[in-house]
Design a binder for this molecule. Structure first.
Ligand SMILES: CC(C)(COP(=O)(O)OP(=O)(O)OC[C@H]1O[C@@H](n2cnc3c(N)ncnc32)[C@H](O)[C@@H]1OP(=O)(O)O)[C@@H](O)C(=O)NCCC(=O)NCCS
Length: 164
């Protein structure tokens, strides 16, 4: 069972390639990724490659025991638009505000580049994720049939910022 200390101590951190714990953190995230996402939706095999792109970033959360409990990945597609490419929280730590904290932090990171739009894809059947994205103001743009597999669609969602 969680205690209140765990909640207080959780902080969103940005992963840097030159960090001493880089390999350990990536290993932790890959393990979570394999548990949470089906193969066709998983970045487990391409995490390192994704992270080596200089237009992408990864944020993570650790509990007091040094265990990664959630992560978010984002990238800048152009000077005008960014994407949230991954968001996940370990099952045992859900519904405690961690997903929201990660998503807010990823939005802030994207906004440092003055983008006008942040977009993402999500399976409409992912009720928790849909609820979270809507809560933070994302709107559904369109449904893309067979986006993940022939039987799995995706909602394309976006969050716009005014340019002033
Ligand atoms: C989506 C996910 C990251 C949410 O993480 P979380 O830490 O449990 O979310 P939070 O506790 O921060 O919840 C924030 C908001 O999300 C929504 N939400 C979260 N879980 C929900 C659920 N089970 N049902 C409906 N809405 C939910 C709510 O709007 C909630 O706000 P509220 O607490 O004021 O009601 C987590 O469920 C997850 O990892 N799911 C599997 C992976 C996934 O679907 N990733 C996104 C697709 S790329």
């Amino acid at each position: 069972m969680e205690n209140s200390m765990d909640k207080v101590a959780v902080v969103v951190v940005e992963l840097h390639r030159n960090s001493k714990s880089f390999a350990n953190i990536v290993e932790n995230i890959v393990k979570l990724e394999k548990k949470i996402f089906p193969k066709h939706e998983s970045l487990a095999r391409s995490f390192d490659e994704e992270l080596s792109k200089n237009n992408s970033g990864l944020l993570y959360l650790m509990d007091v025991h040094g265990e990664v409990i959630g992560y978010a990945m984002y990238c800048w597609r152009s000077s005008l638009s960014a994407s949230i490419t991954k968001l996940a929280v370990k099952e045992s730590h859900r519904r405690q505000g961690h997903g929201e904290a990660l998503l807010k932090a990823a939005i802030l990171k994207c906004r440092t580049r003055n983008v006008h739009r942040i977009s993402l894809h999500v399976d409409p059947l992912r009720i928790a994720a849909m609820g979270l994205y809507k809560k933070l103001g994302f709107q559904v743009d369109s449904l893309i049939k067979s986006y993940y597999t022939p039987n799995r669609d995706a909602n394309r969602m976006y969050l716009d910022f005014d340019s002033s």
